[in-house]
Design a protein around this ligand. Structure first.
Ligand SMILES: C[S@@+](CC[C@H](N)C(=O)[O-])C[C@H]1O[C@@H](n2cnc3c(N)ncnc32)[C@H](O)[C@@H]1O
Length: 315
């Protein structure tokens, strides 16, 4: 289903989307400084807290999701950047630390307030950092304003994606770059490979068997869904998870010159199993790093993964 800004139901979908991400942020802020607020300084308030929720655990998250491509390809020292679907603003914040004037755009006013409040005491005031509310299904950008536009894992929430790509192209200076990371449709061999790794839950030392059964059931359900639907992106979560990755990839190729297109995270099931297991933190990170090395080898040899990263150049 595609959320259409002209439909009557659109406002209530926006409300649901806002509620969902506000709740997520409140949940994570209670535990510490979440990674999506401050990537470099993210931490749990209680060092002893062994959160098994990988999205709240900075070290686990960083081992699983390598953001170096996104960061490095988006950095143009002294340049102007725009971070789309920025959430509480980690990417904009990092680019600002690297010496860029940055704007972040986000649908959710609560996330924008938190992002701006957190920026008040930042050190490098010589470069600007500002977050604003914007619905990217409706936004109009200024012509040729930015050197870089970037987005982390949020384009699949914007139903008018074709329109957004055209706006992005317009807003970039000649030769400007659009860098993004996105979930993609998973292919069938990869999904099957991931099912085969499910017995790992036992090796990974899950303490509670009911928890194991529940986890295995949801992983199998998710993987079967992908196989049956030939891999169309599946994410159960917020109201706006509605743009298939194939659409995003085809827009990228339609409106931009592709300089780099790279895939990662093929063996997401074993990595997630380890991340959520009851192994101790150091062991978890060691295992995840090991699996991610295998993952890179798979991707270098033509396997697809859960994520795609693009460096696109304005035509
Ligand atoms: C998966 S989160 C990614 C957030 C951030 N980029 C990050 O890496 O943490 C998706 C974000 O997209 C935002 N979003 C959803 N629909 C949007 C829209 N139409 N316009 C702007 N932002 C939107 C949500 O509020 C949410 O913060």
């Amino acid at each position: 289903m595609e959320a259409n800004p002209n439909d009557n139901s659109y406002d209530s979908l926006v409300e649901d989307e806002i509620k969902f991400w506000s709740k997520e942020l409140i949940k994570s802020i209670r535990k510490g400084i979440p990674i999506n607020l401050d990537y470099s300084n993210s931490r749990l308030f209680k060092a002893s807290e062994k959160s098994n929720d990988l999205y709240f655990h900075p070290e686990i998250y960083k081992a699983m999701y390598d953001k170096s491509f996104l960061l490095n390809q988006s950095t143009i020292e002294g340049g102007k950047a725009l971070d789309l679907v920025c959430g509480p603003g980690w990417l904009a914040r990092e680019l600002n630390r690297r010496g860029m004037d940055v704007e972040g755009l986000e649908l959710n006013p609560f996330l924008v307030d938190v992002a701006n409040l957190y920026s008040k005491n930042r050190k490098n005031k010589e470069f600007s950092l500002k977050y604003s509310v914007s619905d990217l299904n409706k936004a109009f950008f200024e012509k040729e304003k930015y050197d870089v536009i970037c987005a982390d894992s949020g384009l699949h929430h914007v139903s008018k994606i074709d329109r957004l790509f055209r706006q992005i192209s317009k807003a970039l200076k000649p030769g400007g770059r659009f860098v993004f990371r996105e979930h993609i449709d998973r292919d069938v061999p990869i999904s099957i490979l991931n099912i085969i790794t499910l017995p790992l839950v036992f090796i990974a030392g899950y303490k509670n068997y009911w928890k194991v059964a529940k986890k295995a059931r949801s992983l199998i359900k998710e993987t079967l869904y992908m196989v049956i639907n030939r891999g169309e992106t599946v994410e159960w979560g917020s109201a706006f998870e509605d743009v298939g990755a194939s659409k995003i990839v085809s827009c990228a190729k339609k409106y931009f010159d592709v300089k780099i297109e790279r895939y990662s995270f093929s063996i997401f099931t074993p990595v997630r199993i380890i991340a959520e297991s009851s192994l101790d933190l150091n062991k978890k990170i060691k295992w995840i790093n090991y699996l991610m090395r295998i993952d890179r080898k798979l991707n270098q040899n033509g396997f697809y993964g859960e994520c795609v990263e693009f460096l696109l150049i304005k035509r």
